[in-house]
Design a protein around this ligand. Structure first.
Ligand code: ITT
Length: 186
């Protein structure tokens, strides 16, 4: 069983491979971005999945993700990619230097679509907090800032397998994988 994952982010591909291995789903990666509309993660994943399914003429998945910080009114959220490239982790830490409430979530929306059907969406969230400095060399982007609830380590200090045990991406991709197995009748 196979699925095509359209993403320009190599880290997502590595994580997704580790997760799909458990389901016997083979991942074909196409290294491309896709048009991201204004809206929430679900809107972005729905529109993106529909667009690429039509363009490639086959079933595809895309994934839109972000970090949502409560004290910043859930910023950067859907702007996570842009904010990572501009403010970066140091900028986020600066914004939060006087803030005690460090609660944050990573959220992920996987969009599946075929050229002939409407998109299906699968969501995943992981609760946690923003540290006071960056920690760890694993992972990518906001990982060194994010401490999942109940853990002392940041995502940046976890191996890919450890992060895959309970990340936002694990949850959304696993929901998709269970559904896809049924959908395909395997
Ligand atoms: P594609 O849209 O091509 O898949 P992207 O990197 O642009 O790749 P998003 O639009 O979903 O992906 O942007 C999400 C951003 O949120 C991403 O670039 C990171 O900065 C951040 N992010 C998402 N998941 C993350 C994770 O597991 N760890 C750390 N940062 C993450």
């Amino acid at each position: 069983m196979k699925i095509t994952f359209i993403t320009s982010n190599q880290h997502k591909v590595k994580e997704a491979k580790g997760i799909f291995d458990n389901f016997g789903i083979e991942l074909e990666h196409v290294d491309l971005g896709y048009p991201e509309i204004q809206g929430d993660l679900v809107d972005v994943a729905k529109y993106g999945a529909k667009h690429v399914a039509k363009r490639f003429g086959k079933p595809v998945i895309v994934e839109d993700a972000g970090i949502f910080i409560k004290a910043l009114k859930w910023f950067p959220g859907t702007y996570s990619s842009y904010i990572q490239d501009t403010l970066g982790n140091k900028g986020i830490l600066k914004l939060m230097s006087d803030i005690e409430d460090r609660y944050a979530e990573f959220r992920s929306a996987v969009g599946f679509c075929t050229p002939k059907t409407e998109p299906e969406i699968f969501l995943g969230t992981v609760r946690g907090s923003i540290g006071y400095f960056e920690k760890g060399n694993y992972g990518f982007a906001y990982d060194p800032l994010f401490k999942p609830e109940g853990y002392e380590k940041t995502f940046g200090e976890l191996s890919i397998n450890e992060k895959n045990e309970f990340s936002h991406r694990r949850k959304s991709l696993e929901k998709f994988a269970f559904w896809y197995k049924d959908y395909r009748g395997d």
